[in-house]
Design a protein around this ligand. Sequence first.
Ligand SMILES: Nc1ncnc2c1ncn2[C@@H]1O[C@H](COP(=O)(O)OP(=O)(O)OP(=O)(O)O)[C@@H](O)[C@H]1O
Ligand SMILES: C[C@@](O)(CCOP(=O)(O)OP(=O)(O)O)CC(=O)O
Length: 426
Amino acid sequence: MGEMGSDEATKNWVLMVTAQCPTNIAVIKYWGKRDESLILPINDSISVTLDPQHLCTTTTAAVSPTFDTDKMWLNGKEISLSSGRFQSCLREIRSRANDVEDQEKGICIKKQDWEKLHVHIASFNNFPTAAGLASSAAGFACLVYSLSKLMNVKEEQGKLSAIARQGSGSACRSLFGGFVKWVMGNEANGNDSLAVQLASETHWDDLVIIIAVVSSHQKETSSTTGMRESVVTSPLLHYRSKEVVPKRIVEMEKAIKTRDFALFARLTCADSNQFHATCLDTSPPIFYMNDTSHRIISYMEKWNQFEGTPQVAYTFDAGPNAVLIAPNRKAASLLLQRLLFYFPPPSDTELSSFVIGDKTIVKDAGIAAMKDVEALPPPSELKGNAPSQRFRGDISYFICTRPGKGPVMFDDEDRALLHPKTGFPK
Ligand SMILES: Nc1ncnc2c1ncn2[C@@H]1O[C@H](COP(=O)(O)OP(=O)(O)OP(=O)(O)O)[C@@H](O)[C@H]1O
Ligand SMILES: C[C@@](O)(CCOP(=O)(O)OP(=O)(O)O)CC(=O)O
């Protein structure tokens, strides 16, 4: 820090940046690695970025000569940075750091200083962590993005995505908004295994996404462990990655480009089902979906069948939560009516905490109060069948959202999670 005064007062500075990153949901799934430590996948995958207004990570990264080690806090609790994944991200970003000058604060950090300086990182997920809502995706994307801004890394977004990939594979897709492809790449060093944007969030902005949070408990088998076991034991997974996914990727890109919802929905549902079939094909088998997840699939299939063309697409990651995608607001309100009919909340629940996110969808569905949920008629596709059953309380809550934008920086110090003077959590 050659140009900084030796005077103690000038050594107490803290420099920080705050960023927000979205989460994403895969519509063509990543499942299986060809390299565990670099996190290189066995097939391409495609995702939709979710609106950060409803699901996002906020991360503040700070540097100060007063910090004596790298530290991180997640949702207010200190966590260890010792895992290989955090270490890879920190190392890769540090090695690309550049000079940083803040004339107002009188700070001048030289490129070579970054090797000696320590960072403090605080992060907050505005949704449950490790509940199958892809917290690791938004989390590692935000870690890499905020550190890259702090250290004035000049790489383009695709290169940053290859670093985020080393934190968690699906994180590389959270560096972009809209529709994103993770290209598996061929190189042994992983340099060409990165995310590219297929279309921005404005390209297909009619889409509405409703997430049914079936359970917010932590799952039994992590994605990392689950896919490792599938690679070793599931013959179906290898057939999938070689024969099925390459064709689906081409078709899915076409569906997105032409906004062909019927094709998009068929591919999304088929790919989710095949991913869960590879889990069942794993030895010992892995069950991520539960009875409620299966019921949602049956009801959505019944509705699509009845209408003769897809009204909704469903997809499930490594957990029981359903992500439902409707082509427009009209279909989304019909979808929400169905979901609330089949899965009403326990009697003492407030509507405002049962359906969160974009409340205008609830309004469109004609639901203003709990009594409207109770009064919902059975969906048309059930007419003539045996009396329908309602599964009260089987879904904890719904999140209404849409495709969203990629990472952004916040200039406003009020949004920082670290104290501007001390660099410790506020
Ligand atoms: N904001 C964050 N910043 C940095 N790391 C995070 C953040 N949020 C989560 N993580 C990391 O991700 C881990 C949780 O990932 P895990 O894969 O178990 O769950 P998930 O991402 O919610 O679910 P899934 O990826 O299966 O959809 C946490 O233990 C932590 O290491
Ligand atoms: C089912 C998935 O959500 C799996 C995500 O796996 P992770 O990215 O969480 O796994 P690691 O790379 O081991 O961290 C499908 C997907 O997002 O494509």
